[in-house]
Design a protein around this ligand. Structure first.
Ligand SMILES: [Zn+2]
Length: 161
């Protein structure tokens, strides 16, 4: 058998389907090859939301296409990671019963101090109690950094070997 060097740069002529099937791109899982169109390879992908979509290979590879379109904002392409609803922790919504106007910051009626806490993966972490609201807000913001790091760790689009 002759071994020909096939290195056109993109290698698009030598796609290996089994390397692609089951691959994850954001919310998408490649389920089948969907033919060529205009010199481009297309893949049928199943989105985490349950919808099927057809995606151009290069868009998948570049990270451009990460969902069926239900998640336009790339920041919101991950919903649940290890039991944590990433959208809920990113939400800036303040609960109606909140006294500070800032999520995770509460006034202790007895002491009059401000407490900061953060709920992460089902556990509430106490961040401290503070004389000044600002300090509690700052502590809460610091806690949110943990989330940020968590998000970044999980934002590795289909690690290439
Ligand atoms: Zn979707």
């Amino acid at each position: 058998m002759e071994t020909r060097k096939n290195d056109s740069g993109t290698g698009s002529e030598s796609i290996r389907r089994k390397d692609w099937l089951g691959k994850r791109f954001g919310n998408l899982t490649v389920v089948s090859y969907d033919g060529r169109d205009g010199g481009k390879h297309y893949w049928r992908c199943l989105c985490d939301c349950g919808k099927e979509t057809r995606s151009c290979q290069s868009n998948l590879q570049s990270g451009h296409t990460r969902s069926c379109g239900c998640r336009v904002d790339p920041v919101n392409t991950r919903h649940f990671v290890e039991g944590t609803c990433l959208e809920s922790i990113k939400s800036k919504k303040v609960f109606a019963n909140n006294t500070s106007g800032v999520r995770g910051v509460y006034r202790n009626k007895r002491t009059g101090r401000w407490s900061a806490q953060i709920t992460f993966q089902g556990r509430t972490r106490y961040l401290g109690s503070f004389e000044e609201l600002e300090d509690a807000v700052r502590a809460r913001a610091k806690g949110e950094k943990i989330f940020q790091e968590f998000l970044e760790i999980h934002d590795v689009p289909g690690k290439q070997k």
